[in-house]
Design a protein around this ligand. Structure first.
Ligand SMILES: NC(=O)c1ccc[n+]([C@@H]2O[C@H](COP(=O)([O-])OP(=O)(O)OC[C@H]3O[C@@H](n4cnc5c(N)ncnc54)[C@H](OP(=O)(O)O)[C@@H]3O)[C@@H](O)[C@H]2O)c1
Length: 306
């Protein structure tokens, strides 16, 4: 596994393990097994949030990591909706169905009654949220505390900025980040929020990394494959331009997207969802080779980028 370095944290794996589905689409037992495989493959970056896994991901991750010396990123700003017993039951029925018939996933996703809810942020909410995350994770500190899809008002709120700076000064979060759009990240910086880590969706079809402006930060990207996202879009391109794909000397489209993700972010982390054993093995293999920066222009040319 290739490592990169985040100042104030140290070497971390270039491949991050995403926990958005941990405890929702993916059961706790399946999730724990996947986390064990990831640790064995050398993954040391775990991305979680209070809202992930319908509110269950932090606890499952904490138990699975059992204090392992890894970088945990958690967030503040979104919480899981309250789910009653009936809604939980729908979740447990849907899980094996989706595992057996993956094509049902977008439908089940739509049937999920309610998504994550935004929390109105102030300094106190930020502090309490981190304390609760640490409790669920069973850790004394996290590598990064990031604002989770914050609004412009959130990132300009001096009370929020002061709380984040205090938490970093106290060592409860080694680094502060913003996971959101390039515009909001730019506004956060302009307001004096310490953006040590900028986290954005990025793929050849959504070039948010190039839209990041201002002082350099450690960059983390996600949405490499996406549900009905970049992988499906690249498959369409491959059907339309089979010769052009052949010229890239690969028919492994997921690996091409992940190679691209590392090529545009060679010094940062790329988070993927790795619950299937085959996906982790494939993604870890890509994360073990040196990024090929020349791939960026080739893929951009293939999909007709500006
Ligand atoms: N605002 C934010 O900060 C934000 C937003 C979105 C996502 N994220 C983070 O990023 C993580 C990943 O989310 P994502 O939306 O970017 O998902 P993703 O990595 O694009 O994965 C989407 C789907 O692709 C599958 N997959 C993984 N590797 C594959 C491969 N080599 N070939 C074919 N399919 C593959 C995954 O399957 P399996 O999982 O079943 O193996 C998953 O079903 C989240 O868990 C979260 O931690 C953060």
């Amino acid at each position: 596994m290739r490592n990169v370095t985040l100042d104030g944290v140290g070497p971390v794996s270039a491949l991050g393990f995403g926990c958005a589905s941990l405890g929702s689409r993916v059961s706790a037992a399946t999730g724990r097994a996947a986390i064990e495989r990831a640790l064995a493959a050398g993954v040391t970056w775990f991305d979680v949030a209070p809202s992930y896994g319908d509110g269950g991901a932090e606890k499952i991750l904490g138990e699975a990591l059992r204090g392992a010396n890894v970088a945990v990123v958690t967030k503040v700003g979104l919480v899981a909706p309250r789910r009653n017993i009936a809604k939980r039951a729908i979740g447990s029925i849907a899980r094996p169905l989706v595992a057996a018939i993956p094509a049902l996933r977008p439908l089940v996703k739509r049937l999920r009654p309610d998504g994550a809810q935004r929390v109105a942020l102030d300094g106190e909410t930020v502090r309490i949220s981190l304390f609760q995350s640490l409790e669920r994770l069973g850790r004394d500190s996290v590598a990064v505390l990031a604002l989770h899809e914050p609004s412009l008002d959130d990132v300009r709120n001096p009370d929020v900025i002061a709380a984040l700076t205090d938490l970093r000064d106290q060592g409860l979060a080694a680094r502060i980040g913003v996971a959101g759009s390039p515009d909001v990240i730019a506004a956060a910086r302009a307001a004096g929020l310490p953006v040590d880590v900028a986290q954005v969706a990025n793929s050849p079809f959504a070039r948010n990394l190039t839209a990041l402006k201002g002082a350099p930060a450690f960059t983390v990207t996600h949405s490499v494959f996406g549900v009905a996202g970049a992988l499906d879009a690249l498959k369409r391109v491959a059907r339309q331009k089979p010769e052009a794909i052949k010229a890239l000397d690969t028919d492994d489209l997921p690996a091409l997207l992940l190679d691209y993700a590392f090529a545009v972010n060679p010094e940062g982390v790329v988070i993927t969802s790795n619950y299937a054993a085959g996906h982790l093995a494939a993604n870890a293999a890509v994360a073990s080779r040196a990024p090929d920066v020349s791939l960026v222009a080739k893929v951009d040319a293939l999909i007709g980028a500006p």
